[in-house]
Design a protein around this ligand. Structure first.
Ligand code: SF4
Ligand code: SF4
Ligand code: F3S
Length: 265
C-alpha cells in the first residue's frame, strides 16, 4: 500500500478509441481499481480533465520527473507519410511526440491491433503510411496486446502483472504476453466438439446454426487466431463473438483487415 503507483502516459494516434472503450469496462479487476489504486494515469488525452497547454505540460513534467520510470501506453499508431502530417497532436506530428515519450519511458504497451500491427488505417494501399509503433520505437521493450479491441480483462491483466511484479510479463516471439496469447480461439472453443464431429453451419440461418454447430465453413478464423476470447470471454466473461453466432474474424492477428471479405465463402 505504501509502494508508489507507476506513472502511466496513455497516448492516442490514428485509432477509433474502442481500445479505451474496452478498457473502461474491465470487471476483474474493476477499471476504477486499476486506474485509482494500481497505476497513476497521469496523462490520457481522451479521458483526462486537462486540455490544451495544461495537458501538454503534464507530458513534459512526467518526462522530467519520472525519466525511465513511467510506462508509455499507446492506442493507435503514427502515419509516416508527409512527415507525419496525417496525425497532428498538440500542434505537431504524433510520431514526434511518440518517439520523445518512448525515449524516456521504462517500457511501452501497444494497445490493440492499431498499435501492434497497423490495423484498418494501414489497410492496402495505406495512403497515410500508418505503421505499428515498433517501426518507430526501437529502443524500448514493447508489450503487444492485440485485438480490435483487446479484451478488457486482458488489458487490465497486463497492467496488474506489471504493477504487481515490477517487470514485463513473458512475451512470445511477436511480443505478446504468453499468458493471454499462447492459445488459439479454436483450442478452447465450446463449439470444438462439433468441429471434431464434422458438424458445420452451412448457412447463417440453417438448422445447424440454431443447434450451435461449428462456424468454420462460415469463415471462422478461430483455428489460426491467438487470443483469449474462448477462455476469458467478453463483458466480464459473459460471451464472445462465436457464442453470439458469428465466426471469429481474427481481429488479434496481424493483417486481418486485408484478409477479407469476411463474408465470402
Ligand atoms: Fe479501435 Fe481496433 Fe484500433 Fe483499438 S485496435 S483503437 S478497437 S481500430
Ligand atoms: Fe474452431 Fe471456429 Fe469452429 Fe469454434 S467455431 S470450433 S473456433 S472453427
Ligand atoms: Fe476478435 Fe476473434 Fe476474439 S474476432 S474478439 S479474436 S473471437
Amino acid at each position: 500500500e505504501t509502494k508508489p503507483r507507476i506513472p502511466v502516459i496513455w497516448m492516442h494516434g490514428l485509432e477509433c478509441t474502442c481500445c479505451s472503450e474496452s478498457f473502461i469496462r474491465s470487471a476483474h479487476p474493476l477499471v476504477k481499481d486499476a486506474v485509482l489504486s494500481m497505476i497513476s494515469l497521469d496523462y490520457d488525452d481522451t479521458i483526462m480533465a486537462a486540455a490544451g497547454h495544461q495537458a501538454e505540460a503534464i507530458l513534459e513534467e512526467t518526462r522530467a520527473k519520472y525519466k525511465g520510470q513511467y510506462i508509455l501506453a499507446v492506442e493507435g499508431n503514427p502515419p509516416l507519410n508527409e512527415d507525419g502530417m496525417y496525425c497532428i497532436d498538440g500542434g505537431r506530428p504524433f510520431v514526434e511526440k511518440l518517439k520523445e515519450m518512448a525515449d524516456d519511458s521504462m517500457a511501452v504497451i501497444a494497445w490493440g491491433a492499431c498499435a501492434s500491427w497497423g490495423c484498418v488505417q494501414a489497410a492496402k494501399p495505406n495512403p497515410t503510411q500508418a505503421v505499428p509503433i515498433d517501426k518507430v520505437i526501437k529502443n524500448k521493450p514493447i508489450i503487444k496486446v492485440p485485438g480490435c479491441p483487446p479484451i478488457a480483462e486482458v488489458m487490465t491483466g497486463v497492467v496488474t502483472y506489471v504493477t504487481t511484479f515490477g517487470k514485463l510479463p513473458e512475451l512470445d516471439r511477436q511480443g505478446r504476453p504468453k499468458m493471454f496469447y499462447s492459445q488459439r480461439i479454436h483450442d478452447k472453443c465450446y463449439r470444438r466438439s462439433h468441429f471434431d464431429a464434422g458438424q458445420f453451419v452451412e448457412e447463417w440461418d440453417d438448422d445447424a446454426a440454431r443447434k450451435g454447430y461449428c462456424l468454420y465453413k462460415m469463415g471462422c478464423k478461430g483455428p489460426t487466431t491467438y487470443n483469449a476470447c474462448s477462455t476469458v470471454r467478453w463483458n466480464g466473461g459473459v460471451s464472445f463473438p462465436i457464442q453470439s453466432g458469428h465466426g471469429c474474424i481474427g481481429c488479434s492477428e496481424d493483417g486481418f483487415w486485408d484478409q477479407g471479405p469476411f463474408y465470402e465463402r
